[in-house]
Design a protein around this ligand. Structure first.
Ligand code: SF4
Ligand code: SF4
Length: 202
């Protein structure tokens, strides 16, 4: 088991737990996690994740740096924020998932073969259309990772489409330009926050 003490890359961090917290913009409240499992039970990607958010947080606390950064779990996170709004301890779960992805990339542990493309497709849909495009997202993901599963899910998709619960083409929201400005503003704030943190830690 890695202690994280010798290998942490965030200045000022005494161990992997602190490294994760200091690498995440804002207050993660990770220390407040009570291992209740609400996040694991809420996650729509939970079945595909190698570890649930709850398990990842226990592993972070245990200093299991290599195992956490090796986990495919963060790459299946689609940033839906469902876990974050349901967490009774207000842990910034989604933010931590982003941090783990960034740390994994820096550590050369990018899971290109896993859900990274799903996450990128979801973000791309939101940036271009202002909302998710479930049909395209699911079809592309199953074709790339599990074509057999695509046939199994086709019946369900057909049922959803017949009940007008599934669009076959992406639908763009009104005022997409305003959303793009908001997203750009959020990116600017995150970048400024990261620069500010680096200067504080320097
Ligand atoms: S829901 Fe919150 S408190 Fe419960 S296990 Fe997940 S992160 Fe921890
Ligand atoms: S934000 Fe990520 S980890 Fe949380 S419920 Fe959504 S997909 Fe799961």
């Amino acid at each position: 088991m890695s202690t994280g003490v010798q290998v942490n890359s965030q200045k000022g961090a005494a161990n992997f737990f602190e490294e994760v917290m200091l690498s995440t913009p804002g207050d993660t409240r990770l220390q407040m996690c009570i291992q209740c499992g609400t996040c694991a039970g809420s996650c729509p990607s939970g079945d595909d994740m190698q570890h649930s958010p709850r398990q990842l947080f226990a592993m972070i606390r245990a200093g299991m740096r290599e195992e956490v950064l090796d986990s495919t779990a963060p790459w299946y996170c689609v940033s839906c924020y469902f876990c974050t709004v349901r967490c009774p301890q207000e842990v910034n779960i989604t933010g931590i998932m982003y941090t783990l992805k960034n740390m994994a990339i820096k550590a050369g542990k990018f899971h290109e073969e896993e859900g990274a493309d799903l996450s990128q497709s979801f973000v791309s849909n939101v940036e271009n259309y202002g909302r998710s495009f479930e049909f395209g997202l699911a079809t592309r993901n199953f074709l790339q990772h599990s074509p057999v599963e695509l046939f199994r899910m086709a019946t369900m998709g057909l049922g959803m489409w017949s009940r007008e619960r599934l669009d076959l083409t992406p639908q763009r929201i009104k005022n997409i330009d305003q959303l793009k400005l908001i997203l750009q503003k959020a990116k600017d704030i995150e970048t400024a926050s990261e620069i500010g943190q680096s200067e504080v830690m320097a």
